[in-house]
Design a protein around this ligand. Sequence first.
Ligand code: TYM
Length: 332
Amino acid sequence: MPKEIVLSGIRPTGFLHFGNYFGAVKNWVRMQDEYDCYFCVVDWHGLTTHPDTKELRENVHRLLSELLASGLDPEKSVIYVQSSIPEIAELYLYLNMLAYKGELEKTPTFKDKVRQHPNNVNAGLLTYPVLMASDILVHRAVKVPVGKDQEQHVEIARDFAERFNRRYRDVFPLPYGFNYGEALTKILSLDGSGKMSKSANEMATIYLNDDDDLIRKKIMKAKTDSGPTEKGMPKPDYIENLFLLMQIVSKYEDVARFETDYENCSIRYGDMKKQLAEDMVTFIKPIREKAVSIKNDKTYLTKVIKMGEEKARANAAKTLKLVKEAMNLNYV
Ligand code: TYM
């Protein structure tokens, strides 16, 4: 039986951070052994908000190195750069005819971007979800491993797939956001203000290329409070977030000990953060060091990029053939 197809992407607009890692990349690494996986660096999406391309090549190489160092394997998955696949742009054009201005304007991520970049509200920004749908549908992917913040975009892709199938012919399976746990996840910024992100407060974001001391410094500065005063008190979200980070990088018994201390109102956040900082350092150090050595090996990176491009284009071309047939765009 053919394996289910998986597609996910990441923008080359900043350093890979722990939110990206836990919300997406960790699942990607695991999925490689079970599914037919496609993972792309979405440089066209980056251009919607970052039109300056002077450092793009460097950023794409760095991000690819970080993904490979995190465990993506070009022998198991197809790893490629979005702009090397023109079929994505062609599908984007067709899907744009099925996307309505009103619905795109209502997308919360579009509204956020308009607030953040009032002087650059370009059409690419408005049709960002159409391009993302094209990434997914061009491989007829079903599972889309993403963090919580991308859930709505994947639902829009699903709507477009349904709309296309109804309007023309069944070409696309219906994709959905995937996580091995139950719900899609969100890592908060260490200052407790919203999600950890590439562009937010750098001291509240843990990057996979942060050095040991910087990781320690950031975690020791993370927002806490004076602690619970009654048994069974719910955790504020910024404390819940520290526990979540601990569950990812720390030993089970250490997490359990701090959970008990919280429950007994005897928790000392200073101790908890020291433990978390050391475990985070141990977790990130090998990834950071591996990423540096991969990034210096241009021959290897070029090989990975070319190999991914070839495989991704071959598969995308098959979908475009089906799409054009379904739309009667055949004249010879
Ligand atoms: P991007 O580049 O912002 O983020 C890449 C992935 O990281 C996840 N993520 C998080 N997960 C949990 N907590 C956080 N704080 C956090 N921050 C980021 C994101 O959910 C995402 O999975 N539009 C997408 C890129 C994209 C894409 C696609 C994704 C383009 N085409 C097709 C999937 C399929 C984006 O901007 O992700």
